[in-house]
Design a protein around this ligand. Sequence first.
Ligand code: IPM
Ligand code: MG
Length: 354
Amino acid sequence: MNIALLSGDGIGPEVIDQSVRVCDAIATKFNHQIKWTKAITGARAIDEVGDPYPDQTHEICENSDAVLFGAIGDPKFDHDPSAKVRPEQGLLKMRKKLGLFANIRPTFVFPSLMDRSPLKKERIENTDLVFVRELTSGIYFGDRGRRDNGHTAFDTCTYRRSEIQRIATKGFELAAMRNKKLCCVDKANVLESSRLWRETVQSMESQYPDINVSYEFVDAVAMRLIQWPSDYDVLITENLFGDILTDEASVISGSMGLMPSASVGEKIALYEPIHGSYPQAAGKNIANPLATILSAAMMFEMSFDLADEAALIRQVVNKSITEGIVTQDLAESSHDKSYTTSEVGDYLVEQILS
Ligand code: IPM
Ligand code: MG
């Protein structure tokens, strides 16, 4: 396996280091060879070469079987609205150039962490849903600009039927492997692009007779997601709605430091934690590495078809949580002692190899 390793900014390098150790332990246990190739992205790449997603990094990604990604973002850019190049542009460019049109973001709960969720236990029990967010089109990539000497600004949301079809196909296929429920999230009572989404998904329904398809408006989903998250199975939605709803969904589990994601498309796939670069914690060895490690589990499963390897990672992660071998974000309320990022890695590696 050739894996491109993009650790990025902030806590990215620390959580990636532990994921590499866990993947290497899995490789030892199951007799695989992993070749890691490091490449730069984000603020670090801007500092070094002036581009948050340099061509050389793209080449390394294209020539790999999968990409494991940490996080990008640096406060020095957030406080400067006039900055011409931003780390986030690297992420968007990477998604577009690698053709990663579908972002798969699961939300599930760990029974031992129910009390960490801001929602009541009876609301979140059995929550196991997946968002399939469109990632390379819509308002993120449409025409934008200023008119009126800069006094008017616009961003446009454009979707082609073929773009909706390919993301909906991912949604239908995923639902077929899960609980056979697909929810198309849109704003078809107002937006023309949403009406095309709805029309396109409706026209595909007959190809998937086993799937129970529902259509809900995005504002209602925002509400129902925290009322009855366990009602949902697979949700498909356009880029911006998906950005917002997946952040909302991520807190259901109790910590942003737990949820993994995969971005898939035409060829290679990219795996990353859903949390950001958390600059305040960078270099302190306190960040929770589990979301990145669970992203690596998704990688074994989805890019290499190695379900046992993925299952073992999930099993040791679950064990670390129930045993209380966790970083401070999870330790504070439910356990007395907390462990460092690398101590959590030590524990996982030891469990895998035992
Ligand atoms: C995400 C992030 C990105 C997005 C930002 C950093 C550009 O919020 O991956 O959800 O909006 O897609
Ligand atoms: Mg987001």
